[in-house]
Structures are given as C-alpha cells and as structure tokens.
Design a protein around this ligand. Structure first.
Ligand code: IPM
Ligand code: MN
Length: 364
C-alpha cells in the first residue's frame, strides 16, 4: 500500500488537486498498486485552522508518505499577514523539511496549443526541455535575511550554497540529460556572483563523469533572452533557486500557458512532491474555470518518479494530448480555432479520464 498525501492549499488548489486525484484513482483501478490518499492543510488554509502555514501534523504526514500532491498556496486574504506567517512559508517549509532539492519543470510543445503561444509557431514547434531548479538553498533560505540598522533602513538577503548542495542538484541534471538528448545548459551569473563561480566549477568537474553530455554555460540574463529567441536549443537546464523560479515562469508560456506546466520536486530516494507551477489564482477560485492539466500532468510525474509506474504516467500524458487535439481546453488558453470548445475544470477531468479508459479498452 502506497500513501499519497494531498495538500490542496488555497484558491484553485482544491479544485485542481481533486481533478488529479480523480485521474489517479481511475488509473489505479487498472493496476495492481493499492494507494491511499490522505489530505492535510497547508498555506492559507492551514493558517485559518492552525494559525500556521505548515502545521507539524502536515509535516509528519508528508514524512511518512511515498509522495505528495500539492495544489497551490496564497491569496489576498493572507497578504496582510506578517512575513513569517505568509502562506508561501508553508510551501518553502515543506520543500525544506522534506529535503526536496531538485525541482524538475518540463516544458513541451503541444501541437494543439501552438497558436496560443506568444511566440511565432516556428520557434515553438520543437520545444522540449526540462528546467532543473535547485529548491532548498540560495536566496530563498540564506540567512541573514532581515531589516537592520538603527531605523531599519538597511536590508540584507543572503545567497548561500555549499559545494555539496550544488553537486547533488547538478548530478541530478546530468543523470536526466543522459536519459534525454544529452545536452546540459548550466545557467548562472558567474561574471558577478561568487556562488555562480563555484556553481560553474562544480558543473565542469562533474562533466568529466559524463563525457557523453555536451555542457555549456549561459549567463542568466542571456538565457532569459535565448529562451524567447531560440527555445528549441535547450534540453536540460540547471540553475540555482531564484534564477530557476524566474526562468520557469518565462518558459511556461512559451508553449502556451502557465496552466499546463507540471513539476516534480525530488531528492535522492523516490519520495517526491508534485505540484503545478502556476499559483492559486484567487480571482477564478471556486468557479470551475481552473485548468487542471498542470496538476494532472504533475500526477503523471508522481507515478513516474515515486511509484515506478512509467506506463501509467505515459497514459495520462497521452490522454491529455488527445483531449487537447480534439479542441477541448479551459478558458486560460487563447486558441482561435473554429471548432475549439471551452470547457470547465470538471469536464476537462472527465475528458482526460474518458480518453484514458478508451485507450485501455483498445490495448486490453
Ligand atoms: C513557485 C512559486 C513559489 C516559489 C512561491 C509561491 C514561494 O513561485 O513554486 O515557483 O517562488 O518557489
Ligand atoms: Mn515561481
């Protein structure tokens, strides 16, 4: 029996995680694997109930799970809270508490969505890369991070890394590159930052163990530009926490919508946390408008990386493609097809499950 902890969080989080759980339950009907789902609170929802964005109960439950499926956290309701009881602190806290240092964010072109990209079709068609973002170090966690001086008019944030922290995430990126097109782009700001100079050193050192992988280094400002002018060049990108945060939002829209991008946060064993890259979208929460596909695709990553269920993961991904190819999409995607059909969160989930079942019927 495997345990998946579900952390719906805030805003559209509960809607999109409910969709992904439905998809997982449907998949499990046709497999030998028994799964139990346990739901816990995080973010603003946890602040409302427990006065803290990450209750100990949630941490304990996650620590005894095989995988975690998370929706999103945050919203205007909690914006006035003091810094250390913000909903986001729950998300950062669970990543840190679980030691999930490698965040994989795949960006893939979907034929059906190419016209909803802000870029010209020719730039988007062959896009297929993964951003590997360091997730438990750097500017997000360095101390001191505070206001100081007599009148609190000084401020400091700290970008700190140990060599080991850099090595383990870069190693993951090399391993991933070996399974793909064997091209690794390391992104840093080595012309300014010492942390980046060590990052580069580590990449060059590890490169010796992976002679088949072509490695190149790009400065983060240039990489931001290259993502727009030539996204097809990339296979695996690896970068520190903050650069990865920024570049992954940029990258997500290349292929159409932030609503499509899944993520996997991993460590050295099989335990992982899976969440859509998009936020809690409080403006559309509770209206059934949310695009559940990023979370459904995150559930596919969960099957692949935490439960060794590659075939089932691929089934979900195929079903998503098929539904999009039939012209169905949620309102976040701007598609100007004559025959396109805008559907809601539940209908989208139904379509994906139907497509999976039809494919099962064909293969059985
Ligand atoms: C993300 C989000 C988070 C981050 C926020 C909500 C703290 O933007 O997962 O990319 O910056 O990591
Ligand atoms: Mn982000």
């Amino acid at each position: 029996m495997k345990t998946i902890t579900v952390l719906p969080g805030d805003g559209i989080g509960p809607e999109v995680t409910a969709s992904a759980v439905r998809v997982l339950r449907s998949i499990m009907k046709h497999s030998q694997q028994d799964i139990q789902f346990v739901e816990k609170k995080i973010g603003g929802a946890a602040i409302d109930t427990y006065g803290t964005p990450l209750p100990q109960e949630t941490i304990d439950q996650c620590q005894s799970s095989d995988a975690i499926l998370l929706g999103a956290v945050g919203g205007p309701k909690w914006n006035a809270q003091s810094m250390n009881i913000r909903p986001e602190q729950g998300l950062l806290g669970i990543r840190k508490a679980m030691g999930l240092f490698a965040n994989l964010r795949p960006v893939e072109a979907y034929q059906a969505l190419i016209d909803s990209s802000p870029l010209k079709r020719t730039f988007v068609e062959n896009v297929d890369f993964v951003i590997v973002r360091e997730l438990t170090g750097g500017l997000y966690f360095g101390t001191p991070s505070e206001r100081r001086g007599a009148n609190n008019e000084q401020v400091v944030d700290t970008l700190a890394y140990s060599r080991t922290e850099i090595e383990r995430v870069v190693e993951k990126a090399f391993q991933l590159a070996m399974k793909r097109r064997k091209k690794l782009t390391s992104i840093d700001k080595a012309n300014v930052l010492e942390s980046s100079r060590m990052w580069r050193e580590v990449v060059n050192q590890l490169a010796k163990h992976y002679p088949e992988v072509t490695v190149n280094h790009q400065l983060v400002d240039s990489a931001a530009m290259q993502l727009i002018t030539n996204p097809g060049q990339f296979d695996v990108l690896v970068t520190e926490n903050m650069f990865g945060d920024i570049l992954s939002d940029e990258a997500s829209v290349i292929t159409g919508s932030l609503g499509m991008m899944p993520s996997a946060s991993l460590r050295s064993d099989k335990v992982g946390l899976y969440e859509p890259v998009h936020g809690s979208a409080p403006d559309i929460a509770g209206q059934g408008k949310a695009n559940p596909l990023a979370t459904i695709l995150s559930a596919a990553l969960l099957l692949r990386y935490s439960l060794d269920m590659d075939q089932e993961a691929a089934k979900i991904e195929t079903a998503v493609r098929e539904v999009l190819n039939q012209g169905y999409h949620t309102g976040d995607l701007q598609i100007d097809h004559q025959d396109d059909k805008i559907i809601n969160t539940t209908e989208m989930t139904d379509r994906v499950i139907d497509a999976m079942n039809q494919n099962n019927a064909v293969t059985q």
